[in-house]
Ligand binder design. Structure first.
Ligand code: C2E
Ligand code: CA
Ligand code: CA
Length: 684
């Protein structure tokens, strides 16, 4: 709900932004155009006003003024008759508002007569001539200029006026007798100009508004279309929502394109798959927001590191795909990209770096399908991960995991969340008494197509990825809950849970274990964590700390498949280990194989000397069990005792076993003979 409101708001914002952009783009030329038009209009109006004023002044000079003068130059002085006539002409013109001031100047420019509206009479002290502009013109010119009437010599500007100077000629032949200066009111012309300007402004505003409305509509329509196209494109080709990179479906199309593009050694290309090591750990520790931020950084770095038409894609989770065309040295090109990705970044304010593993394969012209190339690149990536080589090129020998397994692993996340995984429990008995002391939880996959799959089919692959950590968490939770149910029916037994190297070194592993115990309401003493020597050796320091914390929490740790690895005994002796589990390679058939028996004896003695419990697994025959017991081994596990079984079967098995014990232990004694040989202290 909040997300859709958010999306709507973002959409409105983006439309408003485009509108503003388009609006500004159109507004600037319209304003410039308007300013130009107004300037042009004012200039035209002004010159038209001046022309009209010139004509009016000329008419006045020729029809009203000149006929009143006797033809002598004005410098010779005006007769009183002339003055009287001029005063009448001026008073008439001023009275009907056509003229503001009328004055006569002699040939030398001195004012001979002046009449204006402000005084309503002849001015006592004649004002100066209209200004340089007017008088500077040649004698025959009728000059007009815009000015202000001097308000009766007060120094303040009077009303706006057009000053026109008309040369006065008289006599025959006509000669210049002086100049007539007429000040006409500018207000009527100004009113005209203002009216035209107002009309122009209105038209411009209307026009601009119309353009903006059209633009607005166009922007909304275009924006809608762009969004529809973008979402259609996303839906059609599929872009990853988090990084905006092409997703797996689109990437496959690029791989197909590369397959058709490649020709022999002329045009080469590689397909690469990059996976971030320990990303899940980071995601869980720092939170999903930081995980997303990191993926965004990786996506941007990869995008910056390639050039078109090379392609980078997010295949899902922390996996990225690359199609690089014609790199001379693919290894070097990928090393450069891997270095870019693993450079330190700031995520959620913290410096952080991730190490990628990259697998790649050369695209060979049309021989291998895009699908197969992708699988091969993934196989190479898993090889790079398990061999810690960062980058690996696909080689047929790498097919440790068949194509079928590759497909299986992609189904595992779904299997985990949809209840396809199950646990089977294999009992461990006290070698001497035959009592069931513990069970080992062993994972199975009830595959809808392939049936019940043993862990060997999917665990090795899962262990190369973060999936194993989800699996461990699930097994731990399930096993403890199951034991809690058994305890409720009066059979409290220990459960041994296998934990891979990847899970055991997690910073929150101990917390995960104690949380699961609390949720199942089981004491820590009912849980045994089985780890292999190799798991301890991948990160000995971290492993030591985890083992110490587990011991402090009261959880027993067992070293699985002991005898196979090369753990230094010094290292082992200093770890808080409760149990050694002799590798079944030394147990199965030990009754008849002296070498195996010797090794088993050594491990049992070693464990006891270090105060550890020793378990023999792989007890396949009664003779094996006898041999195990004779050597003083504490616990035994194997097909001879019981096969792994589902929880329901285990519950029945336990109660059958108990009733046998209660009825005198005859049946139990048949499979578990009484202890003979060396007596070992009870260690369970
Ligand atoms: P493991 O921990 O050594 O487990 C014992 C394996 O030996 C089991 O195989 C069990 O079925 C088998 N086994 C039991 N008795 C005998 C016997 O008398 N003779 C022989 N030859 N084999 C016997 P399974 O269940 O196929 O498991 C194989 C491996 O898968 C396990 O070896 C363990 O390393 C791993 N695994 C199983 N479950 C889990 C799990 O939940 N988490 C992890 N991380 N690993 C698991
Ligand atoms: Ca085990
Ligand atoms: Ca084992």
């Amino acid at each position: 709900m909040a997300r859709s409101t958010d999306r709507r708001r973002r959409r409105a914002d983006s439309t408003a932004r485009s509108l503003l952009t388009y609006g500004l783009v159109i507004l600037v030329p319209v304003v410039l155009l308007g300013a130009g038009l107004v300037w042009n209009l004012q200039a035209t109006a002004k010159s038209r006003g001046l022309a009209q004023a010139r004509s009016a002044a000329l008419l006045l000079a020729q029809t009203a003024v000149a006929p009143q003068l006797d033809g002598r130059g004005l410098s010779a002085g005006m007769s009183s008759q002339e003055r009287g006539a001029m005063a009448r002409v001026a008073a008439d013109a001023v009275a009907d508002g056509r003229v503001l001031r009328l004055q006569l100047r002699d040939e030398r420019g001195a004012v001979a007569f002046s009449y204006d509206r402000s005084s309503g009479r002849r001015t006592a002290k004649p004002p100066a001539s209209p200004g340089g502009d007017v008088t500077a013109r040649s004698d025959d010119d009728v000059a007009a200029v815009l000015t202000h009437l001097d308000a009766g010599g007060t120094g303040t500007a009077g009303p706006a006026a057009v000053a026109v100077s008309v040369p006065l000629t008289a006599g025959s032949p006509a000669q210049r007798i002086g100049t007539l200066d007429v000040y006409l009111p500018y207000a009527p012309y100004a009113a005209d100009v203002a009216a035209i300007r107002r009309a122009l402004y209105r038209d411009l505003a209307l026009w601009l508004l119309a353009v903006l409305v059209c633009l607005g509509v166009a922007a909304v329509v275009l924006e809608r279309r762009r969004r529809t196209e973008a979402s259609t494109e996303n839906a059609l080709v599929g872009l990853d929502a988090l990084t905006g990179l092409p997703n797996r479906a689109l990437f496959m199309r690029h791989v197909e394109e590369a397959v058709t593009w490649v020709i022999g050694i002329e045009r080469t290309a590689i397909v690469a798959v990059m996976d971030l090591d320990n990303f899940k750990n980071l995601n869980d520790t720092l939170g999903h927001a930081s995980g997303d931020e990191l993926l965004g950084i990786v996506a941007r770095r990869l995008t910056a590191g390639i050039k078109r038409p090379d392609v980078v894609s997010r295949l899902g989770g922390d996996e990225f795909g690359l199609v690089l065309r014609g790199p001379q040295d693919p290894h070097a090109a990928l090393t450069r990209l891997a270095a870019m990705v693993s450079a330190e970044a700031e995520v959620g304010g913290r410096p952080l770096s991730v190490a990628p593993s990259v697998g790649y394969v050369q695209v060979s012209d049309g021989q291998v399908s895009a699908q197969t190339l992708m699988q091969q690149a993934e196989v190479a990536m898993y090889a790079a991960k398990s061999d810690h080589t960062v980058i690996a090129e696909y080689a047929a020998e790498m097919e440790r995991f068949g194509a079928a397994d590759m497909e299986l692993i992609t189904e595992l996340p779904h299997a985990l969340s949809s209840g396809q995984l199950a646990l089977h429990y294999q009992p461990q008995i006290a070698a001497r008494s035959g009592a069931i002391i513990a069970v080992e939880a062993l994972v199975r996959w009830n595959h809808p197509v392939h049936g019940l799959l043993p862990p060997g089919r999917f665990l090795p692959m899962a262990e190369q990825t973060d999936l194993i950590e989800r699996l461990t968490a699930w097994v731990l939770e399930r096993a403890l809950k199951d034991m809690s149910r058994l305890s409720a029916h009066g059979t409290p037994i220990r459960v041994c849970v296998n934990v891979s190297a990847r899970s055991v070194v997690r910073t929150d592993f101990v917390q995960q274990v104690t949380d699961a115990l609390r949720r199942a309401d089981l004491p820590a003493s009912q849980l045994v964590i089985e780890v292999t020597e190799t798991a301890l050796l991948t990160n000995p320091e971290r492993a030591r700390s985890v083992l110490e914390q587990l011991a402090q929490a009261g959880v027993h740790v067992s070293i699985d498949d002991f005898g196979q690895g090369q753990t230094s005994l010094g290292y082992l002796a200093n770890l808080p280990i409760a149990e050694l589990k002799i590798d079944r390679a030394f147990v199965t058939g030990m009754a008849t194989d002296q070498v195996r028996k010797a090794i088993a004896r050594t491990v049992i003695d070693l464990g006891h000397n270090l105060s550890m419990r020793v378990v023999a697994e792989g007890v396949e025959t009664a003779a094996d069990l006898d041999a195990v017991r004779d050597l003083g081994c504490d616990l035994a596990q194997g097909y001879h005792i019981a096969h792994p079984m589902a929880l329901g079967a285990l519950a029945e098995h336990l109660s059958a076993h108990r009733s046998q014990e209660l009825s005198g232990g005859q049946a139990a004694a048949a499979t578990v003979p009484p202890a003979t040989g060396r007596r070992a202290p009870e260690r369970w």
